[in-house]
Design a protein around this ligand. Structure first.
Ligand code: CP
Length: 316
């Protein structure tokens, strides 16, 4: 067993052993979610506060469901409805949530580094649910878990991430995770959104779509993150789609058994054709489903749970 961390700030901080521990616990919780009673008492008596200062559907709902499946109480705080709009600082917000006896804070924030900052001042676990363009660790964990379900061991497997890499926290967390797991990763898209600086991750940077797709075992599409782009990085969405959108013709360049992934939200008809998003090779909704067991594993481990003790948890 390899888990000693209290906080989950990013995949960059995790060892391969820690990734494997999360996957092992995720597998156990996924099994529990197929039972008639989809609940274990692992976090009974604890309170998880979801502090979401940026919009979210999948991550917020999955964290809430994960906490409830672990028998925790859950309180959700939305930025627009919190005292942050009255000028309260993030530090004071977090310290007040702690003073209210919360046991875990799950935070999404527009600013890269906000979860890392809170982890330094907090006496309770801080879980990063996405910070600016920095990291989205639980997304990468569920993405890699889903890939392993379809492809097995990712060592030597080829994964192409296509789209707005520059502004994507999902891309960064996946680059850390996939390279630690031994996958061969290509990042692809227009050069303005996929600069050669990404080579420092130990990945291939490719601006030719056919080359990027040809050998891939999995292709992960990313939406254009308009909210993080101060200036346009390409002439128009239509032009992006015509050059880099995944359509039926381009999907035929993929290997027949390659899987299509997307962290969501999808912009149908922009980075991916609607038919492909709904096709049998798309695992997009499986990614979403795996988000619950993955977040259960993270909440459980950061609360001091061990894989060994999981056998002792019983149905309620
Ligand atoms: N993938 C993801 O983070 O989706 P949400 O923004 O809906 O949480």
């Amino acid at each position: 067993m390899s888990w000693t961390k209290t906080h989950l700030v990013g995949i960059e901080d995790l060892t391969l052993d820690e990734l494997e521990t999360i996957f092992r616990v995720t597998t156990s919780f996924k099994g529990i979610l197929t039972r008639t009673v989809k609940k274990v008492p692992a976090l009974r008596g604890k309170t998880v506060v979801n502090l979401f200062l940026e919009p979210s559907t999948r991550t917020r709902v999955a964290f809430e469901m994960a906490a409830k499946r672990l028998s925790a109480d859950v309180v959700s705080v939305m930025g627009s409805a919190s005292s942050i709009v009255k000028g309260e600082t993030l530090r004071d917000t977090a310290l007040n949530i702690q003073a209210l006896n919360a046991d875990i804070i799950v935070i999404r924030h527009t600013a890269a580094g906000a979860p890392a900052y809170l982890s330094r001042i907090s006496s309770i676990p801080i879980i990063n649910a996405g910070d600016g363009a920095h990291e989205h660790p639980t997304q990468a964990l569920l993405d890699c878990f889903t890939m392993r379900e379809h492809l097995g061991d990712l060592k030597g497997r080829k994964v192409t991430i296509l789209g707005d890499i520059l502004f994507s926290r999902v891309a960064r967390s996946n680059l850390w995770a996939l390279t630690k797991l031994g996958a061969e990763v290509t990042v692809a898209g227009p050069s303005t959104l996929v600069p050669s600086a990404f080579k420092h991750f130990g990945v291939t940077v490719c601006h030719d779509l056919k080359t990027a797709l040809a050998d891939a075992d999995a292709v992960m599409l990313l939406r254009i993150q308009h909210e993080r782009q101060a200036v346009a990085h390409f002439p128009s969405l239509g032009e992006y789609t015509s050059m880099f959108g995944l359509n039926k013709t381009r999907a035929s360049w993929l290997k027949p058994d390659a899987i299509i992934m997307h962290p969501g939200p999808i912009n149908r008809g922009v980075e991916i054709d609607s038919d492909l998003a709904d096709s049998s090779r798309s695992v997009i909704l499986q990614q979403v489903t795996n988000g619950i067991a993955t977040r259960m594993a993270v909440l459980y481990l950061c609360s001091g749970g061990t894989p060994e003790a999981l056998g002792e948890t019983s149905d309620e």
